[in-house]
Design a protein around this ligand. Sequence first.
Ligand SMILES: Cc1cc2nc3c(=O)[nH]c(=O)nc-3n(C[C@H](O)[C@H](O)[C@H](O)COP(=O)(O)OP(=O)(O)OC[C@H]3O[C@@H](n4cnc5c(N)ncnc54)[C@H](O)[C@@H]3O)c2cc1C
Length: 454
Amino acid sequence: MSRESFTVVGGGPVGTLLAILLARRGYEVGLYEGRPDSRRTSLYEGRSINIALSDRGWTSLEKIGIGDDARERAIPMTHRAVHGVGGDVAALPYGREGDAIWSVSRSGINEHLLDVADAEPNIAMQFGHRLIDVDFETATTTFWVNNTGKVVVGADYAFGADGAHSKVRRLAHDLPRFSYSQTCMPQSYIELNIPANADGTHKLETNALHIWPRKDFMLIALPNADGTFTCTLFLNYSGDPSFESLQERPDVEAFFEANFPDAMDCLEEPVDAFLAKTPSPLFLVRVFPWSFNRKVGLIGDAAHAIVPFYGQGMNCGFEDCAELDALIAAHDHDWDRIFPAYENARKPNGDAIAELSRRNFVEMSELSGDRLFRLRKMIEAKFSRRHPDLWTPLYSMVTFSPDVPYSEALRVGDEQNRVMEKIMAMPGIEEDWDDEKLMERLFSLASETLGDRQ
Ligand SMILES: Cc1cc2nc3c(=O)[nH]c(=O)nc-3n(C[C@H](O)[C@H](O)[C@H](O)COP(=O)(O)OP(=O)(O)OC[C@H]3O[C@@H](n4cnc5c(N)ncnc54)[C@H](O)[C@@H]3O)c2cc1C
């Protein structure tokens, strides 16, 4: 049975997943993407960023039946490989044995979802359609199409899934009682490449997310299936060192040699790339509401642009879709109830993952190279193995526990932090960390603070 109709603006990963879920609930869906179809053009020129997909993302992909297929194209990363300035490499596991985050090609996942959407009879996809206007009373949308001009599209409802720079969201600024904030991070980023060995193998350990933490800046590398790594350099936009201060070739060379000597052996022309590329800014966007007149909604990065330091932006967007889908069933297709239920459920989680992601820059760039930080992680891991009901480490709650909302992970993580600060302040902790008494003390503190509230 065909129900009402939806316009989904943005054929990125989140918009495409949303379109599939809506179509499978019986709606007629028009999916409008501003760019050409990447499957038929050289939009990515064979290169695309890779991103870390974790359990929240997988749960949503499994919902539409492509989890196993997508996993076959992904590379599990079981630990962080932390590269010191002297070339030493330490392995920091992400969770318990068997836990992994997965490196996937962003365009690969997007195109996989587009293929699934193609096969849905209720979805009509249009590429090269750039949204320019929305009527928030009627959900009528207007697109600009090259060589054609304006195209007006009517539907019962619309969703803006048009990413961090969402036009739908920017048009909503003119609506009454719309709250908006944008925070720019000091860091910007560029992408670099590590090519494959001649035999197609990886130059660095395959099943790891490589990090070169250098306090105010860091380099990370995620493996690709073709033997290459996509690297991202996060560095302040201004100050010293920064993208602004490093303008001359000898300075850039010296910067790379001093900070990433081992990576220099495998990076492809990093100095040329650094000098040629324009760094991209990193910013957080918070808005409320996420829906207007029970007609138009925001989803994915359009609703919550966050920074990439927890590797959760797309995972969170996929979770938005899965939760919306569950609400359609729970409220029997009554959109007067679904829109408010959706934004009330998701907004606290969007805010929580934004905060967790912001904080995680420090954890990645500063702490992962720090001896006491690693010790703390070891203590937490040991305690968690012993008392899994009392203590799930924050990273595992966010990454491997889709049943724990982000907002709950943030709250419990803050309480755990207070407990661990007391533990790490104990005299002789570096020598006694493996001692039974420490586990007993941690048990008593954790039971007192977290008890049965976790
Ligand atoms: C450096 C970096 C690393 C990241 N790493 C991770 C990670 O490890 N894990 C993770 O989960 N997330 C990560 N992310 C975040 C992730 O990329 C985003 O959260 C995800 O792409 C959001 O998907 P989306 O569909 O909401 O938006 P987008 O991917 O931005 O898609 C939006 C789509 O809308 C289209 N569009 C835009 N404007 C219009 C318009 N006016 N009309 C029509 N179409 C329009 C765009 O062309 C695009 O196709 C990272 C992001 C960055 C920048």
